[in-house]
Design a protein around this ligand. Structure first.
Ligand code: ZN
Length: 280
């Protein structure tokens, strides 16, 4: 009698433990930003891109605000400032973030234009609206995403689906390109961008750094600001493409290149597609 009871109880326990700790890949449906149909609801392509990228947001046209459907938060959409690149880097408006269109091909020639850094202009109010304004909340949202064949782990936020999307990237890359998962630079880190008082995207758990040697970083190259030239990236294009597919942009396409750096900015991937389709 006792024996016949123990077995189902044990199985129930195993099931409960398993369900309480599903891996990121099992609990979510990753979104393919290169394939998803484009939204043409508004003439404002920036807004279309943001609403497609973050489905829990809506837009209140009467106040020109983004509205979170899951939290009681709103964000007024600030217009382009036409400020100098140096000023925008410190304080970008919402619209400034889209000034440089992120190129989806692997052509690194556009980055030769000084300040062509699509994604490096960030509106801090927008980032806080999407993520957090304090370290404790960021920490509470972290998940470990493991690249299976190398065992390399990254701590990223589950917010906005970042951990889910990253798990999908790793699954697609599989055991190809093992070198990019060696000597990685890290992931979550509540800190300012080096030499600035602005929070890095690593603070939100929405960016990771792969192999620091293969990527290259303009600061380490000895280049002077304003005259960063060609560089030789050894991050394979297939790796870059898989990250982009799941919404991560690559710092290797920036004039001020940061070739180890991938950050979750699906709105920039989608905006690039929307701009391309508007041209055709
Ligand atoms: Zn980084």
């Amino acid at each position: 009698m006792l024996k016949s009871l123990v077995r189902p109880v044990l199985w129930a326990l195993v099931f409960a433990i398993y369900s309480a700790h599903p891996s990121a890949a099992e609990e979510c449906e990753p979104r393919d930003f290169l394939e998803m149909p484009l939204n043409s609801a508004s003439e404002n392509l920036q807004l279309n891109a943001v609403l497609m990228a973050y489905p829990q947001l809506s837009y209140d046209a009467s106040s020109n605000e983004l509205v979170s459907l899951t939290e009681s938060r709103r964000l007024f959409l600030t217009e382009a400032t036409d400020a100098s690149p140096e000023k925008m880097l410190i304080s970008a408006s919402f619209a400034d973030q889209f000034l440089y269109v992120y190129p989806l091909d692997y052509d690194l020639s556009s980055r030769l234009e000084p300040w062509f850094d699509p994604g490096r202009l960030r509106n801090s109010e927008f980032m806080e609206f999407l993520y957090f304004s304090d370290e404790a909340s960021a920490r509470a949202s972290l998940k470990r995403v493991i690249h299976d064949s190398s065992g390399t782990q990254f701590r990223v936020t589950a917010k906005q689906g970042v951990s889910c999307q990253l798990a999908a990237v790793f699954e697609r890359i599989g055991s190809r390109h093992p070198d990019v998962f060696k000597s990685v630079g890290g992931s979550f880190n509540w800190r300012n961008i080096s030499g600035t008082d602005r929070l890095s995207v690593h603070s939100y758990g929405a960016a990771i750094d792969l192999n620091t040697e293969l990527g290259g970083y303009w600061v380490w190259s000895g280049s002077k600001a304003g005259s960063v030239g060609n560089y030789h990236s050894r991050i394979p294009r297939e790796v870059v493409a898989e990250f982009e597919r799941y919404g991560f942009i690559w710092g290797g396409k920036w004039h001020y290149y940061d070739g180890m750096h991938f950050e979750y900015r699906p709105e920039l991937v989608l905006y690039s597609r929307l701009m391309q389709s508007a041209k055709n």
